[in-house]
Design a protein around this ligand. Structure first.
Ligand SMILES: Nc1ncnc2c1ncn2[C@@H]1O[C@H](COP(=O)(O)OP(=O)(O)O)[C@@H](O)[C@H]1O
Ligand SMILES: [Mg+2]
Length: 251
């Protein structure tokens, strides 16, 4: 059964001004992703992966081409309109966690709710924050500051923050890049459960071939173009692989 594409890119181009000249970061990318997919985007450094993810996530606008998100043409939207779409539909996870260091884990998770359309009342915000933290296994850690948490825990807080607005899409840019193997696998496990259980569409940028094998599809980008787009027949399941991995001592 083929579902409608939730992400539909046609001939997307991105040009950055650069000194006196410019950089062609994307040179005509055409790709669509169906609801519920879990996709890895791979490719060498500088090939355009983050640019592509930022456009998909409505953080940035293409220079040319057409982007239909959930049936709506977002290619010509203003920054304000894009911000609203982004807040409603998309959660982001970054390599460096991007948590606010001076406020608690719970306050970080709650942040997107403050900007939500029809902002929920305080009690509802707290309920959703606890729910998101519980989902990533950190129910008891809401009052901790980021620097009181391990890297893996910080990334899980970031995932809870991405989750709190019930997005239909999660975009992760090198989410395991700053983590050791086991901790990275725990993060992949959480992301995979979002996909399996909550049916969230997931796109992960990664340069680790091992991480890509947990996705059902691998798209390779090279020099601003899609070089390869293939299915993974039997994606690995992080929860199963974690059972086989020795626990590491937390630093
Ligand atoms: N804000 C920017 N301004 C100018 N050039 C940029 C900017 N962001 C990315 N680039 C350039 O665009 C190309 C693609 O970058 P990027 O999408 O970050 O690649 P990747 O994530 O695959 O490493 C690179 O040549 C990079 O230097
Ligand atoms: Mg990048």
């Amino acid at each position: 059964m083929e579902s409608l594409p939730v992400i539909d890119l046609k001939e997307i181009r991105k040009v950055y001004p650069m000194g006196a000249g410019h950089v062609n970061a994307l040179k005509g990318v055409t790709v669509s992703v169906s609801a519920g997919e879990m996709v890895a985007v791979m490719g060498p450094s500088g090939s355009g992966k983050s640019t592509l993810l930022n456009i998909i996530g409505c953080l940035d606008r293409p220079t040319g081409g057409r982007y239909i998100l959930d049936g709506i043409d977002v290619s010509e939207m203003s920054k304000e309109e894009l911000a609203r779409v982004r807040n409603k539909k998309i959660g982001f996870v970054f390599q460096g966690f991007n948590l606010l260091s001076r406020v608690t884990a719970a306050a970080n998770v709650q942040l997107p709710l403050l900007y939500a359309d029809g902002k929920p009342d305080k009690k509802e915000m707290e309920r959703r924050t606890v729910e998101a933290l519980s989902w990533v296994g950190l129910r008891e850690y809401g009052h901790h500051l980021p620097n009181q948490l391990s890297g893996g825990q910080q990334q899980r807080v970031a995932i809870a923050r991405a989750l709190v607005n019930s997005p239909s899409i999660i975009l992760a840019d090198e989410p395991t890049g700053a983590l050791d193997t086991r901790t990275g696998m725990e993060v992949i496990d959480v992301i995979q459960r979002l996909n399996f259980q909550k049916k969230i569409t997931v796109i992960i940028v990664t340069h680790e071939p091992n991480v890509a094998l947990y996705c059902r599809r691998i798209i390779r980008v090279k020099d601003g173009r899609i070089q390869e787009d293939r299915k993974v027949d039997h994606p690995r399941v992080a929860a199963e692989d974690l059972k086989e991995m020795p626990a590491e001592v937390e630093e």
